[in-house]
Design a protein around this ligand. Structure first.
Ligand code: FMN
Length: 207
């Protein structure tokens, strides 16, 4: 089994999402010693900007136009990143909540790889995935919890889970399991992360 492990916290050893994902992979390796984990750390990967050159490559690739040398180079990098998704039997993504959503570096990766003809297809008026990945997990961590706040329901503060779930399903992850770990900053952080690690270990049992 090959698992793509997307890391989107820049905090390394101090990261709650990395600690939770690490517990998951430790447990998974016990059950599946042959598991191959491809870790795609969006902060370490030197992702190209999705700039004018990359945009031009995308539109030319879509229309079958001739890419110049610089466009070919960036498009090859983008295809290389998308190939790592294609090779995966499972996808795991660790996501810190940043401003009620997710880190911009993760969105950079999403914008780099999520194109018609790469990770999804459009046929007529139907949009469908390019991947066929049976299962994925999103480890979602948040500094605090969201009870009713100033008369606003918790859902209003969550622009993290719905997009990550939507994106994974759109590209072809058939079942997306989610673990939300709250209170990962402040006094409650220690027990919160330990709780998350225990839940993650349990999730490795039928992955
Ligand atoms: C730029 C930034 C924005 C954040 N925004 C939120 C937020 O909107 N809501 C929240 O609950 N926590 C927020 N936090 C706290 C993080 O979600 C929390 O520290 C989490 O543990 C970060 O994940 P990590 O430990 O894997 O890096 C923010 C942290 C940073 C650095």
């Amino acid at each position: 089994m090959r698992v793509l492990n997307i890391v989107s916290s820049p905090r390394g050893d101090r990261s709650a999402s990395v600690a939770v994902a690490d517990a998951f992979f430790e447990a998974l390796r016990v059950r599946h010693p042959d598991v191959q984990v491809d870790t795609l750390d969006v902060w370490a990967e030197a992702l190209p900007e999705f700039d004018e050159r990359a945009s031009s490559a995308k539109y030319k690739a879509a229309r079958g136009g001739d890419l110049d040398e610089a466009e070919r180079a960036v498009w090859a990098t983008i295809r290389g990143l998308a190939d790592r998704f294609r090779l995966a039997d499972r996808i795991v993504v660790g996501v810190p909540m940043w401003n009620w959503a997710y880190p911009y570096k993760l969105k950079q990766l999403i914008d780099l790889v999520t194109h018609r003809g790469l990770l999804f297809e459009v046929k007529g008026d139907t949009i469908g995935p390019s991947l066929d990945v049976p299962l994925g997990i999103a480890f979602l961590v948040r500094g605090q919890a969201y009870p009713e706040w100033g008369g606003r329901p918790p859902k209003e503060f969550d622009h993290q889970s719905s997009y990550i779930d939507f994106w994974l399903r759109l590209i072809g992850v058939r079942e997306v399991r989610t673990l939300v770990v709250e209170h990962t900053w402040g006094d409650l952080a220690g027990p919160a992360v330990e709780w998350g690690r225990a839940q993650a270990r349990a999730m490795a049992a039928d992955f």
